[in-house]
Design a protein around this ligand. Structure first.
Ligand code: G4P
Length: 544
């Protein structure tokens, strides 16, 4: 276990509410969002390396022969080399405590990723310079916008040929209606990086001496402008011309509009060589918001120095097959979390004891005694907790429900072996509670044939792997031809189920009893709307 990780929880005496605001003010809780292969693991590693949370690069993503920390939790994950579950990395930097929440990175998509974003205050959007904005970046950015999460942009892989810097800014502005405000600017075209200009200090150029393999922080040296002009010639001139253009265009850093989700500070670099990473880390400290008062369901807010409250944003079973456990990840929203304290679970009003609280750092766990707003605590074997649950002390706190996204993939689930029906039901109910998939039922199909609904089809693979592994109940899945789900009312559900002409089916979502109308395409939705103009068809929160 690294020491930076442990020392973070020390300074303030538990229960000292006056100090909570101070502790919250030095927390930064964020996630990196990107399309697979843009370099998220590499950047995570580089950030942690700079903050000295780990001693050598490679400790995070555990590729080929390096020490694996943050992933490898499930067999499937190992087999595919992808991160199915989410890790939390905590490190100290410049007097702050940074909590970096990992978002699963795979071309396919699951609801898990969205939930992680419910627990962060800021996101770093990572873009591959050669590829620009990619599909998953767009989806994740939409979620950030929807949730009002401010976004810092890091353009990665500037050590390789790619799009020009101005072109990339233009793409961000055009596609996301988000004003890019560069904080660093590259000297030299992509693939020919000579250095970076910090636009807040433009009379110098930062030059990097790379170390092979990027296993140590690249040496960063400031060169005075006159020398940079002499040594870099046309590249220095062009970078300054571009900056001049941007200044004239009013692209200066503006923290208020960044916090309001209207602009994004942009950084350039190469995570693999640690180029530009320190500046990004500084930006997380200087620009990203600290945990703030959180909105409550039904109005009002819970200030960070109010008595304890926390939100369960993820429940993960079987993270460690050797222990067969179930961890509820809780983000502290206000007050002090103290291990052993008993809180109230908002959903039931019943007391909840936090005997087994861990901080989770990849596979490594250490006991957490105290945690502050912005920190993430793993509650081991907290079987009563569900995604979206709130725990609190003192006056009741209930946070708005976690967004549930419109599923796009549907399959009927049946036990492959009928003698395992009991385990099948238990397993499906458990995975529904964890939010691995959404479970839908209908009177006509009966409870023995629940319909699984997912945002990304990989969620079905997780169901099959976990049902076989944990509940000894192999599942047979029959894919249904639906692609669209709309919220409806009892009259709409009845009309759809009775209609011979329209392809579709109405089902009840077990989790919240919502009625969902499923259709294969938008034309069938249109036909339904024309045939039953009085039936309600509402949009569910779109995944993209
Ligand atoms: P991900 O988590 O977003 O999926 O990406 P990951 O960090 O695994 O990086 C994907 C590939 O991109 C890796 O190469 C990685 O080394 C490379 N990469 C990341 N950052 C940079 C960068 O700044 N410049 C360049 N040139 N490459 C970068 P790989 O060949 O797939 O894996 P590996 O064998 O290098 O680990």
């Amino acid at each position: 276990m690294n020491t930076a990780h442990k020392e973070n929880h020390s300074d303030t005496p538990p229960g000292n509410m006056g100090a909570v605001a101070g502790e919250a003010a030095r927390r930064r809780t964020f996630a990196v969002i990107s399309h697979p292969d843009a370099g998220k693991s590499t950047l995570t590693e580089a950030l942690a390396l700079h903050a000295r949370a780990i001693t050598s690069a490679g400790a995070v993503h555990g590729k080929s022969g390096r020490r694996g920390v943050a992933s490898d939790w499930m067999e499937m994950e190992k087999a595919r080399g992808i991160s199915v579950t989410s890790a939390v990395l905590q490190f100290a930097y410049r007097g702050c405590v940074l909590n970096l929440l990992d978002t699963p990175g795979h071309a396919d998509f699951s609801e898990d990723t969205y939930r992680v974003l419910a627990a962060v205050d800021c996101a770093v959007m990572l873009i591959d310079a050669a590829k620009g904005l990619e599909e998953q970046t767009r989806k994740l950015f939409d979620v950030c916008r929807h949730r009002g999460i401010p976004v810092i942009t890091f353009v990665n892989k500037w050590d390789r040929p790619g799009h020009g810097a101005l072109e990339l800014l233009d793409e961000i502005e055009r596609e996301f209606r988000l004003r890019p405000t560069p904080v660093t600017w590259p000297v030299g075209a992509p693939g020919y990086l000579r250095g970076l200009i910090d636009v807040r200090d433009p009379d110098r150029m930062l030059r990097y001496t790379r170390t092979p393999g990027g296993t140590h922080a690249a040496l960063e040296k400031a060169i005075p402008a006159a020398r940079a002009a002499e040594e870099e010639g046309a590249d220095w001139g062009q970078a300054n011309d571009e900056l001049e253009l941007l200044r004239a265009d009013g692209a200066g850093l503006d923290r208020d509009s960044f916090l309001a989700g209207l602009s994004t500070p942009v950084f350039f670099g190469a995570a693999v060589s640690n180029i530009g990473v320190r500046l990004l880390l500084d930006a997380v400290v200087d620009l990203a918001p600290a945990p703030a008062a959180r909105e409550l369901e039904g109005g009002g807010t819970r200030p960070v120095d109010a008595p304890f409250s926390g939100l369960v944003f993820k429940v993960q079973a079987n993270m460690d097959p050797a222990h067969r456990d179930r961890i509820a990840f809780l983000r502290v929203c206000s007050g002090v979390f103290e291990r052993g304290a008993t809180f109230t679970r908002a959903a039931s009003g019943k007391p909840f004891a936090t005997k087994y609280a861990h901080s989770v750092f990849g596979q490594d766990r250490s006991m957490v005694d105290t945690a502050y707003p912005g920190d993430v605590v793993g509650l081991v074997n907290a079987t009563a907790l569900r995604v979206g649950d709130t725990l609190y002390a003192g006056p009741a706190a209930l946070f708005p429900p976690m967004p549930t996204f419109a599923p796009e993939h549907f399959a009927v689930a049946r036990p492959a072996d009928l003698s395992r029906s009991k385990q099948f039901r238990k397993g499906i109910a458990q995975l529904d509670e964890e939010g691995v998939v959404q479970v839908l039922v209908s009177d006509t199909r009966g409870e023995a044939a629940p319909i699984l609904a997912a945002v990304g089809p990989m969620q079905f693979d997780v169901v099959q792997a976990r049902m076989a592994g944990e509940f000894s109940s192999r599942v047979h899945l029959e894919t249904l031809p639906y692609r669209l789900a709309r919220a409806t009312d009892p009259a709409g559900a009845e009309a759809l189920n009775a209609s011979q002409r329209i392809t579709g089916e109405a089902l009840t979502r077990v989790r919240d009893k919502a009625l969902l109308a499923l259709f294969p395409d938008k034309w069938q939705v249109g036909s339904f709307e024309r045939a039953f103009p009085d039936a309600r068809l509402g949009q569910l929160l779109a995944a993209h």
